[in-house]
Write a protein that binds this ligand. Structure first.
Ligand SMILES: [Zn+2]
Length: 298
């Protein structure tokens, strides 16, 4: 197990500001949603028949969430395209500092078709996730409204659902979306630079407190133990795609590994990068001691 002497940045992606910016954007939206629902409840006559009130409430909430999420997603500064592009550009900029090849700067690279379609795919994924939040929250709000005895009761029950089934999930979507975009960009840039292999830089927070240890156990496994046929912690770029974030609020990232691993029979693959330090395959797991050909066919 790592010791504190090996401590690295708690957030290998260093995207804390971005993650917070977009989470805040959706938090502000939930405040508007809560205020609008609260105002609506003030105008409800709770002595009227429940089925009729529910139809009206459902229509109101459905329209409200559709409008607010549409507005938030489309926002020029903080919407989905802005979020995906900013995170992705951060990843390109980082990868550019690590590869030997001269790569186009992030501003220019994001306009290339490969990068542009990766960003478009990320936007689609995030939009689908937000759509899931909208439909699940709509159902939960309707249920709470049905159970409420009066105005004050309804307001507090609905506010609680907006927090738990609205705000909490969108905090996660923003955080995970940024980390995903950043990592997509790393992999795509490494691949464009001709690299074949990557490893995980996992959050090192897990050895700082007992509670954090649980958070990133999967990433620790991925970085140290998971063997895809090339040795523990070694992934081809194809194997790596889509794996990070590995869990909710994951802040791990990919890093480049030395190229030519499969052709380095008889040598011990090792290398170092300026930012991530030394990297080495344990001797018993080096390619000459493994049936690499057999494993490659998997
Ligand atoms: Zn992680």
């Amino acid at each position: 197990m790592p010791t504190t002497a090996e401590a690295r940045s708690v957030d290998p992606t260093r995207t804390g500001v971005l993650r917070k910016r977009y989470a805040q954007h959706y938090r502000a939206m939930w405040q508007r949603v809560n205020a609008a629902i609260s105002e609506y409840i003030d105008g409800v006559d709770f002595s009227r028949p429940l089925p009729q009130r529910m139809v009206e409430f459902n229509r109101f909430v459905d329209t409200l969430l559709q409008q607010e999420l549409g507005r938030a997603e489309g926002d020029q500064e903080r919407g989905l395209r802005a979020m995906a592009t900013a995170a992705y550009m951060r990843g390109i900029a980082q990868a550019n500092t690590e590869v030997e090849e001269d790569m186009p700067p992030a501003q220019q690279a994001v306009r290339q078709p490969d990068h542009d379609s990766a960003i478009a795919a990320l936007i689609l994924l995030l939009s689908t996730q937000l759509g899931g939040v909208r439909s699940s929250l709509t159902g939960q709000l309707l249920q709470r409204y049905q159970q409420a005895n009066g105005s004050a009761d309804a307001k507090s029950a609905l506010r609680e659902r907006i927090q738990k089934a609205g705000r909490t999930p969108t905090d996660g979507i923003a955080a995970d979306g940024v980390v995903r975009g950043y990592n997509d960009a790393l992999l795509n840039t490494y691949e464009a630079a001709g690299l074949q292999f990557v490893g995980v830089v996992e959050e090192k927070a897990f050895f700082q407190t007992a509670e954090d240890r649980r958070v990133c156990a999967r990433c620790y496994e991925a970085s140290q133990r998971t063997d895809n046929g090339f040795g523990p912690g070694i992934y081809t770029i194809a194997q790596a795609r889509g794996l990070i974030p590995m869990h909710s609020r994951c802040r791990c990232r990919w890093r480049r590994l030395p190229p030519g691993l499969t052709s380095s029979q008889g040598t011990l693959p090792a290398g170092s990068t300026r930012r991530q330090g030394e990297w080495r395959v344990p001797v018993e797991l080096a390619p000459q001691n493994r049936n690499v050909q057999g494993l490659r066919r998997r």
